[in-house]
Design a protein around this ligand. Sequence first.
Ligand code: AHM
Ligand code: MG
Length: 340
Amino acid sequence: MANGHQKIITLDRHIMETQRQEYPEARGDFSKLLMQIALTGKIISSEVNKAGLLDVIGTTGITNIQGEDVQKLDQFANQTMIRMMDHIGMLCAMASEEEEDLIHIPKAYENGNYVLNFDPLDGSSNIDVNVSIGTIFSIHHRVTKGGPGTEEDCMQKGREQLCAGYILYGSSTMLVYTTGNGVHGFTLDPVVGEFLLSHPNIKMPERAKIYSVNESNYDIWDQALRDYVSHIKKRDKENGTPYTFRYIGSLVADFHRNLLKGGIFLYPNDKKSPHGKLRLLYEAAPLAMIAEQAGGTASNGSKKIMDIEPESLHQRVPLYIGCKKDVEEIESFINKHKNK
Ligand code: AHM
Ligand code: MG
């Protein structure tokens, strides 16, 4: 029977209510910032949903039906994020996985007190095959005083994040975010055009049921990871516990599944990528905050991702993220090998 008293909580309502509870004295700037990110997500989502149509409604990939240039979706997402966020007076700088340098706020607009780091379209190799992709974002308070922001503002530890989240363009579009008070998931109602609370207070189990890693790299892995993966497989057989392998190749989608179902995602350093593949500021740190807030954790093998001091905007890190016990277990394998 339908529950007539069940509250319908839109993302805007959730953001405003939690901000009011947590920071009664706040002026609401931060809420506006988050809502603007959500609006940007809706625009990107609408474009992502048309991905397969570009060849139909566009022409050869050079111009579309309006005579405009057809951009690659990752460029579109990057430009949209910048254009939607640069004029609202709340940011003093941005950093994007798609831009080599810091993104400054145009002179015509005010600089604000926050910075935004983002990966506009993660998993973009999956765009043309209709597999889930996503936008990852992270917000910090600026550390410099007044004027344009600097790299120092964007290059803060994950632990200093005020907010982290992602928008997943999957079978439905979801926005998942945390401001340090639990993790909350919202599903986009495509008809109404609103994100509605569908997954309140998401918690990960202590132990994973799933592991996700690009196992084709086995030959270039360190021995510690090879041993760990063999161990997981053996433990399956010994305990009869259902431990299963799932790998999409879109970090947001792999992480989201593991968050809801319980899993560990691994992207190690290997012979090809000695520092790992994934980026600290745009991928690892935001997802680490979400994992921790959901009861999980994230490590580079020896240190919590949240405690790594960034050294450059595009720094890469090995990433082990997911259920707590599993991340601790891979850390102990890595540690054991170091001491051999
Ligand atoms: P991208 O930011 O260029 O899309 O690259 C990051 C992606 C992640 O989404 C995913 O986890 C990883 O690359 C997959 O890498 P691989 O194809 O080496 O397994
Ligand atoms: Mg990425």
